[in-house]
Design a protein around this ligand. Structure first.
Ligand SMILES: NC(=[NH2+])NCCC[C@H](N)C(=O)O
Length: 224
């Protein structure tokens, strides 16, 4: 059988990142590997810029995208999403002792990844904030630390991971989960005509949610 080629943007721990041995790793990767085991399929993984994932999926460079990707109405016009596999929310981070409340954000420079739902949300809902687009969240966080940005806006689970290694940063304001922008959770995407693969993925997800495999992987990456 042909392998299933998965693509991710591996700059977003704990979802996907390059580990110290330069292997792609993370919650999404472990989940995809378990899915492939369940589907009795061979899987490969590759790393790309986040904003190229959907266009290259359409060009058949790979078969599926798993990349901390929100299931949004807009993306659903271009790709077919699986059932949600993770419920998320978004939050702002700043350097401690700078901004203390979300109502101080007017005119501030906020970084986020190009093509992300966070970018779209801020551009549409908060035109008073100056958005700065980055190739990857990793670079945005570096610029927040060195003062080129006032804040970074990202998924809560990813933000929590950055905070672990950046004691000088902290969250500010509420967690945002507006479904019009952030959808119904994270999903795996395939081409719209690939209903066969999607049916297999959803069946495998159901089985893994039922037999405890999903919980085991989730507990490992998101310890309570
Ligand atoms: N692997 C990544 N870099 N993912 C970024 C995802 C950001 C956000 N959850 C979105 O769907 O737009």
């Amino acid at each position: 059988a042909e392998p299933i080629r998965f693509a991710s943007s591996a700059t977003y721990p704990p979802f996907e990142f390059m580990d110290k041995d330069n292997n792609i790793a993370g919650f999404d990767i472990d989940l995809a590997k378990a899915l492939c085991h369940e589907m009795k399929a061979e899987c490969t993984f590759s790393n790309h810029a986040f904003d190229s994932l959907i266009p290259s999926l359409k060009f058949r460079r790979y078969d599926a995208v798993i990349s901390g990707m929100d299931i949004t109405p807009e993306r659903s016009k271009q790709v077919l999403f699986s059932q949600p596999y993770y419920a998320n929310s978004a939050v702002l981070i700043v350097r401690k002792g700078t901004i203390t409340s979300a109502d101080q954000m007017a005119g501030k420079r906020v970084g986020m990844e190009n093509g992300s739902t966070h970018q779209k949300y801020l551009n549409e809902k908060h035109p008073e904030i100056k958005t700065v687009a980055y190739d990857s969240y990793q670079t945005a966080v570096i610029d927040l630390k060195n003062g080129r940005l006032d804040a970074v806006f990202g998924d809560t689970a990813a933000v929590n991971e950055w905070l672990k290694t950046s004691p000088e940063l902290t969250t500010v304001g509420e967690h945002i989960a507006d479904p019009a922008f952030f959808g119904a959770g994270l999903g795996i995407a395939v081409r719209p005509d690939n209903t066969e693969l999607m049916a297999k993925i959803n069946t495998a997800l159901d089985a893994m949610k039922k037999d405890g495999t999903y919980k085991k992987i989730s507990d490992q990456w998101f310890p309570q």
